[in-house]
Structures are given as structure tokens and as C-alpha cells.
Design a protein around this ligand. Structure first.
Ligand SMILES: [Zn+2]
Length: 335
């Protein structure tokens, strides 16, 4: 489809071409979570379990103590953000469940940040886990063993990075604003500065977030990406919501347009996962070192918290990474 729109106030009509797809073509099967013995359900990165020195995981909303976002009579949920709706004690308990599921100990220090859609990055240590007020940032990294770093999301894209050679780890929160400001590229540059990390040694995993199937955006977002990335046209699609999708996923459309018999659209959708994968490649990571865990948060509100999928009233997932504390000298040999 040829898309016509005016560029700035110059009055020049630009013609931008995007691939046109039906929404069902973009739908993806959600990943299958692990169920920890304490009930917390979380996603591992395929292939990363073999990396014995690494702790990692992407939480789901399942298996916790929160009652704020679920109906009466169903099991409690794993909200991991101190949201206004939830009970603080439940969130503390849930964080303990996730930390235990990933590291085997509820007492493993967990460092989180106050996220504000910036590209501020911090180097964290275990003292940061005890801060009353977390540091304001959208990415964090460490080379210190024995602690977990976490970023919170409920549609934005979490990205975890591990340096196999230097044994350093990082977690980034990439919404559209952080993505357009290249938080992941900057983060990998910072890992080089802090730890001497070389991109060829890095592994990266992109966790669940809102998919291209659901992430309809406006012209402001398109203009921002166009101004920053030569490949921006690859990140957008003209999407038609067909009646087949409306029938299968009626919840997606409750607060959008009135149901009709004819195809709706098109709307402009952004693929934030691909945008962050391109940044990892641009930063020098090998294509085979990047894993996309998958799962659209907005399509799968039974598995994930989603800001859009629940009309702005959602809990938060936590994506965590850390360097396992070696208990004995023989653990050091465990690659
Ligand atoms: Zn979706």
C-alpha cells in the first residue's frame, strides 16, 4: 500500500511504502512457561540454561500472592511492581517467589530501578538492592556475582545481555521512547566501557512485550523512528484488523472501535522486538547470539500483564539476570 502523508510543515507530499498485512499474519504462539516448585511461572531463554554461571528469567503473571488484577476465586498472581492498586506486602512476597524460582534462595539481593523511559544506565552492586528509593534509570549492569538485576515491563520490551568472556550482565527496559533513543546500543557501548565487553562475546535475549500484531502507533512514533533509523520502514506494517481476528480475540477490541462487518483499518503497527534486535546487530552482536523469547503481552493477557491489553490497569512483570555466586571452586569450571 502506498501511504501518503505530509512531511513536517513543508507541504511536500511524501510517499512511504509499508508492507501490508492482515493482523492474523502477525499473531504468534506464546512461549510455554516453567513452573517453579513455589508456583511462580517464568520463561527461560532457549539455550541459556546450559550457561551454568548465569541466572536469568522473564516472569509471567502466574503463580503469586497478588489479588489486585484478578477475579475472586482464581489463584493469586505474580505482580512484581509496586503499583498503586496492589498491596505492597503481596509484591514483596512475589519478588521473593521469583528470586527463589531463579536462584534457589529468596534472600538473593534483587536490584530494580525507577524507570522513566530514558537511556540512563547504572552499574549496580549488592548495596543497591537495599536502597529505600531505587535509582532512576532504564538499564542496569553488573559484573558482581550473587545478585539479580531486574527491569519491570507490562508491554515494553525487556532485553537481557550476558558477556560470556568477562562475566558481566545487563538488563534494559525499552519502550518506544527508549528504543528510539537507542538504549540497547548505548547499553552495549557502556558494557564495553565498564567491563571491556566485546560485542562478539555477548548473548542477548529479547523478552515478551507488545507484538507487532497489537502495537498500533501514531504518526509521532513513525516520525521519531524515521528520523533515527535508515531501516525504519522495516519496523512498521500497515495492518488490517479482519473480522476473523475480532471473532477470535474479542477482548482486543472492546475499547477500540465498534464491531463491524467490513475490514477495519489500516492502522500503522510498530515491531518493537525487531527494532531492538536490529540495535543488538548494529552494536555488533552475532545474529545467532540473539534469542527472541516471543509472546505478545496484549494478545495473551492470561499469561502476561499488559498495559494496553487491560486498558491501563496492569501489574508488572520482572525480567531478571545475574551472575551465579560460585559456592565451591569446582563451580568455577562449570561453563
Ligand atoms: Zn498481539
Amino acid at each position: 500500500m502506498v501511504r501518503n502523508r505530509r512531511a513536517g510543515n513543508t507541504g511536500v507530499l511524501r510517499r512511504v511504502r509499508f508492507e501490508r498485512v492482515a493482523q492474523e499474519e502477525l499473531l504468534q504462539r506464546p512461549p510455554v512457561p516453567h513452573v517453579a516448585s513455589n508456583g511462580a511461572e517464568w520463561l527461560a531463554v532457549p539455550g541459556w540454561e546450559k550457561t551454568g554461571w548465569l541466572w536469568h528469567g522473564f516472569s509471567t503473571r502466574r503463580g503469586g500472592a497478588s489479588r489486585a488484577y484478578c477475579a475472586d476465586g482464581v489463584p493469586g498472581e505474580l505482580n512484581l511492581g509496586f503499583t498503586a492498586d496492589d498491596d505492597r506486602g503481596a509484591v514483596v512476597r512475589n519478588r521473593g517467589l521469583l528470586v527463589e524460582a531463579i536462584t534457589g534462595e529468596t534472600a538473593t539481593p534483587l536490584v530494580t530501578i525507577r524507570q522513566f523511559h530514558s537511556t540512563v544506565l547504572v552499574v549496580a552492586n549488592r548495596e543497591d538492592a537495599a536502597r529505600e528509593t531505587p535509582l532512576k534509570a532504564d538499564g542496569l549492569m553488573t559484573a558482581e556475582p550473587g545478585l539479580l538485576l531486574g527491569v519491570q515491563t507490562a508491554d515494553c520490551i525487556p532485553v537481557l545481555v550476558a558477556d560470556r568472556k568477562r562475566r558481566a550482565v545487563a538488563a534494559f527496559h525499552a519502550g518506544w521512547r527508549g528504543t528510539v533513543e537507542r538504549i540497547v546500543e548505548k547499553g552495549i557501548g557502556r558494557m564495553h566501557l565498564e567491563f571491556g565487553s566485546r560485542p562478539g562475546d555477548l548473548l542477548a535475549a529479547i523478552g515478551p512485550g507488545i507484538g507487532a500484531c497489537c502495537y498500533a502507533v501514531g504518526e509521532e512514533v513513525l516520525s521519531s523512528f524515521e528520523s533515527q533509523f535508515l531501516y525504519s520502514n522495516d519496523l512498521f506494517r500497515e495492518v488490517h484488523e479482519t473480522d476473523a481476528v475480532r471473532t477470535k480475540y474479542p477482548m482486543l477490541f472492546l475499547t477500540q472501535r465498534a464491531p463491524g462487518h467490513s475490514p477495519i483499518g489500516p492502522s500503522l503497527h510498530l515491531n518493537l522486538v525487531e527494532a531492538n534486535r536490529r540495535q543488538l546487530l548494529a552494536a555488533g552482536l552475532k545474529e545467532r547470539s540473539i534469542r527472541v523469547v516471543g509472546g505478545c503481552t496484549s494478545c495473551n493477557t492470561d499469561l502476561f500483564f499488559s498495559h494496553r491489553g487491560s486498558q491501563g490497569r496492569a501489574g508488572r512483570m520482572l525480567s531478571v539476570i545475574g551472575i551465579r555466586q560460585a559456592k565451591t571452586s569446582s563451580d568455577e569450571c562449570f561453563q
